[in-house]
Design a protein around this ligand. Structure first.
Ligand SMILES: [Zn+2]
Length: 490
């Protein structure tokens, strides 16, 4: 053990996360009650999820399928035989007095996820379990100070896959990236909507610190209630700073569950952590072992869609986009899908690949942010974005015209080519027409011409600007530049 010394000890951070992924099924894990959110309290219930004696749970095969897909995407071994267990605890949101989970024989084991810094994070296991209900405390924010509590069992029995990482994460940034990747993977697979804010993905972070070089673990705390990627990063950083201060002052860390408060930016103790054996796990006798057929498993593996890491690799190495753009186009599935639809249209025109990515990631993304919309809500089809970029690349229109037309195309759709023709916005590339414009601007600005000739060569920008203005952005700026440089040197 360490003792406080004059020089503060250098600590290493050790983090493991447990993530509850709510599987996107219509029905609950062991009954036919609906999983849809937002209904009146206790209307999505039945004798099974209300825990009536004598009722029998039946496994929802859709939930099993989604769990297997996610397990495979996380490089897990899928157990040919796994089983369900009862995890006992008493709380009013748990009608049976136990939760059906998987204890010693989980469905998925020994997976991993690679981070962008090259570190491989082990995934210990991923197991199926049912969610509990929800308590609504009346008269206060939480239980403390409330007058009474109402129980809503609509959520009881909702299928979850609990994904447990090894304590391999070494910083809040790594934990954030792990969660961002996991969220991306569940969205690519369509197994969960990945919404941290609404709780369809819930992350608990086990955080401890130990002196650098030590191989034994320090005492850990479990932090809950982080409802965004940013909150995960902030909460872990807070917890690391707090534990460091305690140890440097000669104190000891208490093993406990702590709640993150996003408003105050701190974690506070919730309750002492029950030891695992307090749950008195025992096999769920009402459910048969879960058997996975090898041939079926191979077909599921075959049918997995392209995952974020594979898309990134393809954009980087096959399409030849820079790493930064490849990453941005992978971050949301919908944006990547849109870009892929463009790629499918531009086969044989690889020169368009980069400009399309640039338009998507700069001008179109900027417009989406301003309008608070996402890529699925734009009227501009991939066909028409390709058409727009082709017009730009062929110098039929200039980029200022492209930027001017974009809001209209994004809002109303339609063919950029037709729009350019209708508005007479084609780029002026004709040298003699442009030369006339240059002559006019030179004649109108003798003072600036004199200043330019006296050495203020930066004034070239002024002349170009005047011509662009006069031509309503239609003059080809490159040609203008060349003519100007020649004429002003005379
Ligand atoms: Zn039910």
């Amino acid at each position: 053990m360490t003792t406080a010394t004059a020089t503060p000890t250098k600590f290493e951070t050790v983090i493991g996360v447990e993530v509850h992924v709510q599987l996107k099924t219509d029905a609950k894990l062991f009954c036919n009650s609906s999983t849809h959110f937002g209904a009146d309290a206790n209307t999505h219930t039945c004798p099974i999820c209300l825990g009536y004696p004598g009722t029998l749970p039946v496994l929802n095969e859709k939930a099993r399928d989604l769990a297997v897909k996610l397990g495979l995407a996380l490089n897990c071994t899928i157990a040919p035989v796994s089983k369900f267990d009862r995890k006992h605890y008493f709380y009013p949101d748990l009608p049976k007095g136990y939760q059906i989970s998987q204890f010693d024989q989980p469905l998925c084991e020994n997976g991993f996820m690679d981070l962008s810094n090259g570190r491989r994070i082990g995934i210990t296991r991923a197991h199926l379990e049912e969610d509990a209900g929800k308590l609504n405390h009346v008269g206060a924010e939480g239980l403390a100070g409330s007058l009474y509590s109402l129980v809503d069992l609509n959520r009881a029995g909702t299928p979850l896959l609990e994904v447990v990482s090894e304590p391999d994460l070494r910083s809040a940034e790594e934990a954030k990236e792990y969660m961002a990747n996991l969220r991306n993977i569940v969205r690519y697979l369509g197994v969960c909507d990945g919404n941290l804010e609404e709780g369809s993905m819930r992350c608990d972070a086990n955080v401890s610190i130990r002196p650098v070089g030590s191989t034994t673990f320090g005492t850990r705390t479990e932090t809950k209630n982080m409802n965004s990627l940013r909150a995960i990063e902030r909460a872990i950083n807070f917890e690391v700073a707090r534990q460091t201060k305690v140890l440097n002052e000669g104190g000891t860390i208490t093993q406990e569950t702590r709640l993150w408060n996003d408003a105050t930016g701190e974690t506070l103790p919730m309750r002492g952590k029950e030891a695992a054996n307090d749950y008195r796990y025992f096999p769920e006798a009402d459910l048969p072992p879960l058997r996975i057929d090898g041939e079926w498993l191979a077909s599921v593996k075959q049918s997995l869609p392209e995952l974020p890491a594979q898309r990134y690799d393809r954009l980087l190495n096959t399409i030849g986009l820079p790493a930064f753009e490849s990453n941005l186009l992978t971050e949301t599935k919908e944006l990547g899908d849109y870009y892929d639809a463009c790629l499918a249209i531009t086969q044989g025109q690889p020169n368009l690949h980069k400009p399309i990515a640039n338009w998507l990631l700069t001008d179109i993304n900027g417009w989406l942010n301003t309008e608070k919309k996402d890529i699925t809500e734009i009227a501009l089809t991939p066909e028409h974005l390709v058409e727009l970029v082709a017009l730009l690349e062929a110098n039929t229109i200039g980029s200022s015209v492209g930027k001017k037309l974009l809001p209209e195309l994004l809002t109303n759709g339609g063919s950029p080519k037709a729009l350019v023709e209708a508005k007479g916005l084609g780029q002026i590339n004709d040298e003699s027409a442009l030369e006339a414009m240059v002559d006019e601007v030179i004649a109108k600005n003798p003072d600036n011409v004199a200043a330019y000739k006296a050495g203020k060569t930066k004034l070239i920008g002024f002349f170009v600007g005047q011509i662009m203005k006069a031509s309503q952005g239609k003059a080809n700026p490159e040609v203008i530049n060349n003519i100007l440089a020649k004429k002003l040197a005379e």
